[in-house]
Design a protein around this ligand. Structure first.
Ligand SMILES: [Zn+2]
Length: 251
């Protein structure tokens, strides 16, 4: 019987039968894994807390005929307080959905596991503005997935001067000579381009050192999410929900 010991984070789950649950884990070193947790919804189950959404635990899994089964889970970080704030919870769901989208089973997952765990940790605190954390997470995840935006050279001609537009379609900066290569490109200031670069390269724990003017931030927020949607070819329901919360101001 194949047994796996790994740290993992619950990205999503589906309840089945009376008290069972199929959890999808992003693990530190075993990629993405789906596993059945038998009886984990019973109040006295030893798996109860380690099979909640976003829980980080040390798991022991064994492989059955078709599925992995959760044998044990020692909870490391529950991120309980994310559930007390609708906006934070919605962002956490979006972050997990994004991580789920960019991963396949059997692919290396350590960097993504660390980025997601750290991002959820800082989301559960109040040290970094949520919007800045969200933009940085999205950019870092896109970079890991092979979609690093090109910010310091023109995506068309490679020159580093007069980078005046951002092309979502082509994946980065366009210089003033190459504007016509993407009519839908967005005019951005040098400062905006620099800040996108800083969001990408600044470690998550140091994001609170970034100061971004609100108008520039609104522009960056739109660019980053459009970039994600375009290159992953997916519209995220969780982001629609976040935008609804923001527009209603019901957080
Ligand atoms: Zn150019």
């Amino acid at each position: 019987m194949a047994i796996i010991k790994t740290q993992g984070l619950v990205l999503k789950y589906t309840d089945i039968n009376e008290a069972d649950r199929i959890i999808t884990l992003i693990t530190r070193n075993k990629g993405k894994i789906k596993a059945i947790a038998k009886g984990c919804r019973r109040p006295k189950s030893s798996l109860l807390s380690s099979c909640q959404l976003f829980a980080v635990s040390d798991y022991v899994l064994f492989k059955g005929t078709n599925f992995y089964h959760v044998s044990s889970g020692e909870l490391r970080e529950p991120f309980f307080n994310l559930r007390n704030d609708l906006l934070k919870l919605s962002y956490a769901v979006y972050f997990a959905e994004l991580a789920d989208t960019v991963t396949d089973e059997d692919m290396a997952s350590e960097k993504l596991f660390i980025i997601l765990s750290k991002t959820l940790y800082y989301l559960s605190q109040n040290r970094i503005p949520i919007g800045i954390l969200a933009c940085a997470y999205q950019l870092k995840l896109m970079d890991l997935s092979g979609y690093r935006p090109m910010l310091y050279k023109c995506v068309n001609c490679g020159k580093g001067d007069n980078l005046s537009r951002f092309s979502i379609n082509l994946g980065g900066a366009l210089c003033s000579d190459c504007n016509d290569y993407d009519k839908a490109s967005i005019k951005v200031s040098k400062k905006t381009m620099e800040l996108i670069g800083q969001l990408l390269s600044t470690p998550i724990s140091r994001l609170n050192t970034l100061k971004i003017d609100n108008n520039i931030f609104i522009e960056i927020d739109k660019i980053v999410y459009s970039f994600v949607q375009k290159h992953l070819d997916k519209k995220f329901k969780s982001m629609d929900f976040i935008n609804n919360i923001k527009s209603l101001d019901i957080k």
